[in-house]
Design a protein around this ligand. Structure first.
Ligand SMILES: Cc1cc2nc3c(=O)[nH]c(=O)nc-3n(C[C@H](O)[C@H](O)[C@H](O)COP(=O)(O)O)c2cc1C
Length: 191
């Protein structure tokens, strides 16, 4: 039996849940993501690899500005996951009533998080329905520190109706992905 998808799912389950914010001219937006890994062995040159689904409004912001902020969350911040991960910035201004300031790279920095790191895009690779961004981690601060929220924590802590709602949203996203997931553009990214 081929268990490739279960094994790949292990990486998902234990991933930190992050909020990625970006700015495009005078507009700001942000989304939740779990597809993010460390990608530098050089401590003084920190980098991350971040997968962003093309259907997300935030994708266009990152493509245009080449700047973003990654926030690790505390376990008491599940409402932020709902705010940034269940709705699109096309339908909702997600920063209304949310504590935030402007980072050094111009992108929004959320308050009360575990930590955040401001990043700039070094390179990108097309993945059909998503783009994998290699980013430089330029400036960061530990805000509250301690334990951060993983996807397993989110599923354990969120109300059941949120988990059901997210499952339905995920199914809609899969429908968007299926026709384009294998249509990978192998042209090199232009920095
Ligand atoms: C728990 C959770 C995990 C998610 N993980 C990802 C992810 O890894 N990559 C991604 O592109 N979207 C992910 N999403 C979906 C986006 O956050 C969601 O589609 C969001 O509404 C996009 O907002 P936008 O259209 O304003 O950019 C996740 C959402 C949730 C709730």
């Amino acid at each position: 039996m081929n268990e490739a998808s279960s094994i790949s799912g292990i990486f998902w389950h234990n991933s930190p849940v992050v909020i990625i914010t970006s700015r495009r001219e005078d507009e700001i937006n942000g989304q939740v993501a779990v597809t993010l890994v460390t990608s530098s062995i050089v401590h003084t040159v920190p980098r991350l690899l971040i997968g962003i689904w093309k259907g997300n409004h935030t994708h266009g912001f990152i493509m245009k500005s080449r700047n973003l902020v990654v926030h690790l969350l505390k376990k008491d911040q599940t409402p932020l996951v709902r705010n940034f991960g269940f709705y699109s910035g096309r339908e909702k201004q997600k920063f209304t009533g949310i504590d935030h300031s402007q980072g050094k790279n111009g992108c929004p920095v959320l308050g009360g998080v575990h930590s955040y790191v401001e990043c700039s895009v070094l390179n990108a690779m097309d993945g059909g329905d998503m783009t994998a961004f290699l980013v430089s981690s330029d400036y960061g601060e530990i805000v509250r520190g301690g334990n951060w929220m993983t996807l397993a924590d989110f599923y354990a802590l969120a109300p059941e109706e949120w988990v059901i709602e997210y499952g339905q949203k995920l199914m809609e996203s899969v429908n968007f992905s299926m026709p384009i997931i294998h249509k990978i553009d192998h042209e090199a990214f232009q920095p």
